[in-house]
Design a protein around this ligand. Sequence first.
Ligand code: ADP
Ligand code: MG
Length: 259
Amino acid sequence: MTTPKPPTPMLSAQDVRKSFGHQEILRGIDLTVEQGEVMCLLGPSGSGKSTFLRCVNHLERLDGGQLYVDGEPVGYRRTGDELRELSPREVAARRAHIGMVFQRFHLFPHMTVLENIIEAPRQVLGRSKEAACAQARVLLDRVGLADKADAYPAHLSGGQQQRIAIARSLAMEPKLMLFDEPTSALDPELVGEVLSVMRDLAGSGMTMVVVTHEIGFAKEVADQVVFMDDGVVVESGTPEEVLARPRHERTKAFLGKVL
Ligand code: ADP
Ligand code: MG
């Protein structure tokens, strides 16, 4: 009998390095996110969290190290033993499998909610209007906004717009979702509704990397918490380990400020 191969991690970073000019912003990031796992990435402003997410999505090019999404090297294709750089078209095709939700929602202001959600599935995946609309309505229901299909973004609260942005990402049926401080731009009373959608998504088995300062969310939802500072992973572990019993002074100092 052969033992089954362990599943490929959804995300694997090995010694990831990125510089802007002479400044090295990511100084050797190592981390792994298994399929279905939720990783919360914490760290002070300027520590390189957004840059790391942008590398995962190939919006930035690495200067060193390796990054794999679902076993595929980001930005490259394996042909036999060789790595070949992807064409812009291939990069776009890969990126379509990764959802990204930002602090600012970036909805198209001239389109209704429904039009916002069906745009990429229609243009990128070639879905029919009927199929895309049917799926969009299921997603709207899932984020609790079934009645907003025909509204324009400007008429929605920030929390509603962010839930639409999440639904729009999900319409592409991503295998990995990246969140970059998805609640940081929201009024405090609107944060909960967005976190609740994200909690449901995590419960459904989605693999997620969430940059957040919402320690309560990380404690409750994360399988793994990673604390980054100054371009390196300072410590990582379960929420219990990192949030309740941090080992490093820098982690303790950071938690002391955000808690
Ligand atoms: P975080 O998301 O943790 O706040 P960032 O990844 O946004 O940190 O930024 C880390 C550092 O990299 C900051 O000092 C920032 O000014 C710098 N940086 C980010 N993007 C660029 C860029 N395109 N060009 C030059 N410097 C950048
Ligand atoms: Mg950032």
